[in-house]
Design a protein around this ligand. Structure first.
Ligand code: AMP
Length: 552
């Protein structure tokens, strides 16, 4: 027997329609690429997103066409975001921090027809243009006044592109499983692979991410998505904002400590989200200036493990609640969030911090399990670690154009329908998951695994450390041994090798103790703001450990 409720295709146009109907005056504030602060609202964004759809239809864009953006978080990007998806075309957000050749490869692989780009990226795109084989129109996200001279063929200023267009475009009216967005993984191994989100998967994900123990964004909130719209849907914030009627504050191109803290204070930001490296800069700025983070009450941190110093600074020094999030592009991206269970809420501070440093419990709609190399399920005892597998309505089953397919139907899943995250993790009886490593970053020493993340977290808390990373290097007896790479904090007394090792003493197992400590001016950061371990391994590929010389 079937239920007797209405069909209501879960397409993303409903989100912006909802915001326009209920919160037309709620603001979207942007630090514009041209410089000044710009203010608009959901009503205006709705109208202009409709104009984007009309302008694209005029360029013969039809459902299923890929339309790319190379853009920071701004109101114009938000208009394009909805204008493209809501007409049934596919919004392909390109990460501008990738290598130029990778950007060209991705745009060609996606078959992008139109590219919307910020002024910042014009020199890059002009250089790449001869190798961009499918793009017919370039729309520069600016107005006529700021439109520069360009060698790009068929380039037009965004404001001219949409000017005078009608606002009656008919959005939606298609199946909720229609593709809405395309985002390539950062491709640290091999070519990047395209994750193709559907309207339904994005809608379900946004609803689940905004539950009370998760992002908890409401109509009284002012939300600053620092996480870029080109990095896995800006963790759903571009959907959650208009769904909830929250004011949005878009940081544009300036993600440094002073610019971020200035927006938090002047716009009354209550909730924000970013990777840990952004927070390390922002916290350093707050410490140095003695300023406070205004009305901020909640910060979501994910994309990489949170260093304990960052967690404690927010919670203990500034009274800001930290929500630790884990996820990946293939998961839309959020998989777990770290709100404490009621029984842990009043635990002693150190116990609460220990739990908050874990990556958190599964979002509703995400199933998780850990398995050994043979695929056998492992116990949830908080100690045993194994490959972390996930399943759910917002988890990828295949990549665009069947890249990396493992089965004849093009999917990449295990036999039981689970997706292998490539992460290694523990699960405890209360459902808290803890990542011990990326499978490829685990250090294999004498047949046992050492977790680089654990050691890094402790090392980042040592005095005078700006950033720390642990990688495995070759060892004749143990296969691999860990070394600790440290970037000292500018202006602080540089820590010594002995001080770093003494700081780790008693915090980690003896046999996890790094065999050496190396100091570098800068630890390389990759395209998504995380420590670039691949680059570090290259830098240290010929490194000979003192302990290896002794063992020979
Ligand atoms: P991406 O697809 O670029 O978002 O990268 C996803 C990967 O980032 C995951 O598979 C994890 O290895 C890592 N990651 C994301 N969030 C966290 C976190 N909170 N703690 C540790 N690693 C994380």
């Amino acid at each position: 027997m079937q239920g007797l409720m209405q069909d209501w295709s879960m397409t993303l146009d409903k989100i912006l329609d909802h915001a326009r109907a209920n919160y037309p005056d709620v603001e979207i504030v942007t630090r514009s690429i041209e410089g000044p602060i710009h203010r608009t609202n959901y009503g205006r964004v709705w109208e202009r997103a409709k104009q984007v759809s009309h302008a694209l239809a005029d360029k013969r864009v039809v459902q299923g066409d890929r339309i790319a953006t190379l853009a920071w978080n701004t109101w114009r990007h938000l208009e394009v975001w909805f204008g493209v998806s809501n007409m049934g075309a596919v919004l392909h957000t390109i990460n501008p921090r990738l290598f130029p050749e990778q950007i060209a490869w991705i745009a060609n692989h996606a078959g992008d027809k139109v590219l919307f780009l910020d002024l910042t990226f014009l020199p890059l795109v002009e250089k790449l243009a001869p190798n961009l084989h499918t793009i017919e129109t370039y729309v520069i996200l600016t107005d006529r006044e700021h439109m520069p001279q360009t060698s790009l063929k068929n380039a037009i200023a965004y404001e001219d592109f949409i000017a005078g267009r009608p606002t009656d475009y008919r959005w939606g009216d298609f199946d909720e499983n229609t593709a809405a967005g395309l985002c390539y993984t950062s491709g640290t191994t091999g070519d990047p692979k395209g994750v193709l989100y559907s309207h339904r998967s994005n809608m379900i994900h946004a609803m689940c991410v905004n539950q009370k123990d998760c992002f908890a964004v409401g109509v009284e909130d002012v939300v600053l998505p620092i996480v870029p719209m080109f990095h896995a849907n800006a963790w759903a914030i571009a959907f959650i904002g208009p769904m909830a009627g929250a004011k949005l504050v878009m940081p544009g191109a300036k993600l440094d400590g002073p610019s971020v803290c200035d927006l938090i204070e002047t716009e009354g930001v209550t909730m924000t989200a970013a990777v840990p490296t952004v927070w390390m800069m922002a916290l350093q700025y707050l410490r140095e200036t003695g300023k406070r983070p205004g009305k901020l009450r909640r910060v979501a941190i994910g994309g990489a493990a949170i260093p304990e110093t960052v967690l404690r600074a927010f919670e203990e020094d500034y009274g800001v609640e930290v929500v630790h999030a884990w996820g990946m592009t293939e998961m839309s991206p959020v998989g777990t969030l770290g709100a404490l269970q009621a029984k842990h809420a009043n635990a002693p501070i150190d116990e609460r911090m220990r739990l908050k440093l874990k990556q958190g419990r599964a979002l509703f709609s995400v199933e998780m399990k850990i398995v050994d190399d043979a695929g056998k399920e492992l116990p949830h005892d908080g100690k045993t670690f194994g490959r972390l597998l996930v399943r759910g309505p917002s988890v990828a089953k295949a990549y665009f154009r069947n890249e990396g397919a493992r089965r004849p139907d093009g999917t990449v899943l295990e036999a039981d329908g689970f997706f292998d995250t490539g992460d290694v993790a523990t699960l405890d009886p209360d459902g808290y998951m803890q990542i011990t490593d990326r499978a490829k970053d685990v250090i294999k020493s004498g047949g046992e695994w050492i977790s680089s993340i654990d050691i890094e977290n402790f090392a980042m808390g040592a005095p005078g450390v700006a950033c720390a990373a642990v990688i495995g290097v070759k060892h004749p007896k143990w296969d691999e041994r860990p070394i600790l790479i440290v970037e000292p904090r500018a202006g602080a007394d540089a820590p010594s090798r002995e001080a770093m090792l003494a700081h780790l003493e008693g915090k980690i197992a003896k046999w996890w103790m790094p065999d050496d400590v190396v100091f570098v001016a800068k630890i390389p950061i990759g395209a998504t703001g995380k420590i670039n371990k691949l680059e570090l391994r290259k830098m240290f590929q010929d490194y000979v450990l003192p302990s290896a010389q002794a063992a020979e």
